[in-house]
Design a protein around this ligand. Structure first.
Ligand code: SF4
Length: 603
């Protein structure tokens, strides 16, 4: 195992994974522990922090640049690799393929300056919270009500469509100390098991919201349309009118309610409308800001980091639709960083084919041989987040934090910012914005606040100003709500594809090497003559996958569940082969969390 070199006795870090909590951490004597003085995360982290330290010294880590030859990958010098990459970037049409592997502000945005100069289209990150963000802006004029730690002073908590035991360990811990907690979820997740579980049909959240509004209307609250017009909602939501009444009366009688609106359920065909109605319930009971969904990087000049004087390209691509949009493309160079699209994108098989076209070039910057790196032409070693400075702003709380350099990286490894500067140098580009130092970029990003690089380096944490609170409700049209009520019917079983406990999409899957099981209800297993731990095949018209099943009543009949993100060979099927790259009609967000499949006994 490669050992790592600690460069000073103690260093400050912030976990930059795509996670609500953005934990403050201290690296001391080779141990990464939670910062007990962090005002939000107060000294504890989830198990992914320990996994991230294991990544640093993992024997599989890429420490040398690789180039594809007829005999497979061969190690080459970093200078030679950069020169090959630059030549390909200058001779072909360039595409930027990046997302959220490292949520540091510089790691995520600075390289976009170079890619735009090279003519790359903008990439719209519409796969995660777009549907909810659009819906909340339409409905109440703000995506932010309060931060997640509002749970602490709430007398009623509703966790709607989120498994926070996996995705926000702090929310889960505070909820355990809160008064009454309800969890609305189709699946009996570990979060649902810990509290009062309200099982809802997948996609039944619009109907359940209307049921609650109907109950509130009956209690004398002002609901500006007749909810009775929607007919029998119970059979759509799967939630009885007694339970809807219970939820409505709890909300009506609470002085400090809090609703955690999750991301999972808004990545379905009607997710945007569901989020809009859930938030509107709080306005009806005159508690419009008592929810969490998202927090903008308020006060930080993100455009400075990504644009600095440049105009955005008029050509745009959608991250959700990327596999489809790039299909058949030739004479292109794809720069893939901060992402593993060959694992995580819906319809990812099409992307493999595009990448493998001999007239295209794929350059991947990563720490490991991800599925995307496996099909690359040039692989460049990346630094771990413990090995360079960055700023991390949370989307779950208000604390901006400074990540120090605590470990010496492998000599050829680069941060995303260093890679962008090296490529610009090799390409002999003259524009000064391409060569700004990290310190200059941080100062530019913080120029609207009363802080700078020196402040952050010294104090590590800064409390950002709060965004604007929600305004009055703008109710959707009845016809629009009606269109969101019913689910499309196609195939036998609805497959839900959430993330696992110790993975963040495909991150950490290689360290864990766990293969998830397909969860199926005992009634369905009996109908299909399937036993626990038996091989089954799931398929639809987009693909087919062999998996081992787990018979459990945690999933309802008619639903199967398989966590996404586990690693496999790029050539082998993956659950995202079964998911259609498509956007929601309202909100424009992805529908990545679900699809329909047939389930058969395996060979
Ligand atoms: S993954 Fe989330 S909870 Fe876990 S250490 Fe990172 S920020 Fe904290």
């Amino acid at each position: 195992m490669r050992s790592f070199v600690i460069i000073c006795g103690m260093s400050y870090h912030v976990c930059p994974r795509d996670c609500y909590d953005s934990c403050g951490m201290i690296l001391q004597n080779g141990r990464l522990v939670g910062d007990s003085n962090h005002p939000f995360t107060s000294g504890f982290t989830c198990g992914k922090a320990a996994l991230s330290l294991r990544q640093v010294s993992d024997p599989e880590r890429i420490t040398k640049a690789l180039v594809r030859t007829k005999k497979g990958f061969e190690k080459i010098s970093i200078d030679k690799a950069i020169s090959i990459a630059a030549e390909k970037l200058s001779s072909n049409k360039v595409y930027r393929i990046d997302y959220s592997g490292h949520m540091g502000l510089l790691s995520r945005f600075f390289h976009q300056r170079l890619l735009r100069r090279l003519g790359a289209p903008e990439l719209v990150w519409d796969i995660c919270s777009t549907a909810g963000d659009v819906a909340l802006m339409d409905g109440i004029g703000s995506i932010w009500g309060c931060d997640i730690d509002a749970i602490k002073d709430s007398d009623l908590v509703i966790i709607w469509g989120a498994n926070v035991a996996y995705s926000s360990i702090h929310a889960y811990t505070w909820a355990k100390q809160a008064g009454e907690v309800f969890v609305i979820d189709p699946v009996k997740t570990p979060t649902a098991e810990s509290f009062f579980h309200v099982p809802v049909n997948p996609g039944g959240d619009v109907a359940l919201s209307l049921q609650i509004l109907r109950e509130l209307d009956a209690m004398g609250y002002e609901v500006p349309f007749c909810v009775d017009d929607f007919g029998n909602l119970e059979h759509i939501s799967g939630v009885s009118s007694e339970t809807a009444h219970l939820l409505a009366s709890k909300l009506a009688n609470s002085s400090r309610p809090f609703v955690f609106i999750g991301y999972g359920f808004q990545r379905q065909w009607n997710g945007a409308m569901a989020v809009r109605l859930v938030a509107s319930i709080l306005s009806v009971i005159d508690q419009p800001d008592r929810f969490y969904f998202d927090r903008p990087y308020h006060g930080i000049d993100v455009d400075y980091i990504r644009l600095k004087g440049q105009e955005p390209s008029k050509e745009t691509l959608s991250w959700t639709l990327l596999s489809k949009q790039l299909k058949g493309l030739t004479d292109a160079t794809f720069l893939v960083l901060n992402a593993n699209p060959v694992n995580t994108l819906p319809g990812r098989r099409q992307l493999v084919e595009t990448f493998q076209n001999s007239r295209n070039t794929v350059i991947v910057h990563d720490m490991f041989m991800t599925e995307s790196a496996q099909v690359a032409d040039v692989v460049l070693p990346a630094k771990h987040y413990l090995e360079f400075e960055d700023l991390v702003a949370s989307y779950g709380h208000r604390f901006l934090a400074f990540n120090e350099k605590g470990l010496e990286p492998p000599p050829d490894a680069m941060s995303n910012m260093e890679l962008a500067r090296e490529l610009a140098r090799q390409l002999k580009l003259q524009q000064s914005e391409l060569y700004e130092t990290d310190r200059e970029v941080i100062n530019g990003a913080l120029r609207n606040l009363d802080i700078d690089y020196e402040f952050m380096k010294e104090h590590k944490i800064y409390r950002l100003p709060d965004p604007a609170k929600p305004g009055p409700v703008n109710w959707p049209e009845i016809a629009q709500i009606r269109r969101s009520l019913y689910k499309p019917v196609e195939g036998s079983y609805m497959l839900l594809t959430p993330v696992g406990r110790l993975r963040i999409h495909s991150q950490y899957a290689n360290v864990l090497q766990e293969v998830p099981l397909l969860e199926i209800n005992p009634k369905d297993a009996q109908k299909l003559s399937i036993s626990d731990k038996e091989h089954v095949n799931i398929k639809n018209n987009r693909g087919s996958l062999d998996v081992v099943c787990k018979v459990t009543d945690k999933v309802p009949p008619g639903v199967v569940r398989l966590e996404h993100g586990f690693w496999t060979d790029a050539e082998k099927p993956n659950v995202n082969d079964l998911v259609e790259p498509t956007l929601q009609e309202y909100g424009g967000g992805s529908q990545i969390m679900w699809t329909f499949v047939n389930v058969e006994k395996g060979e």
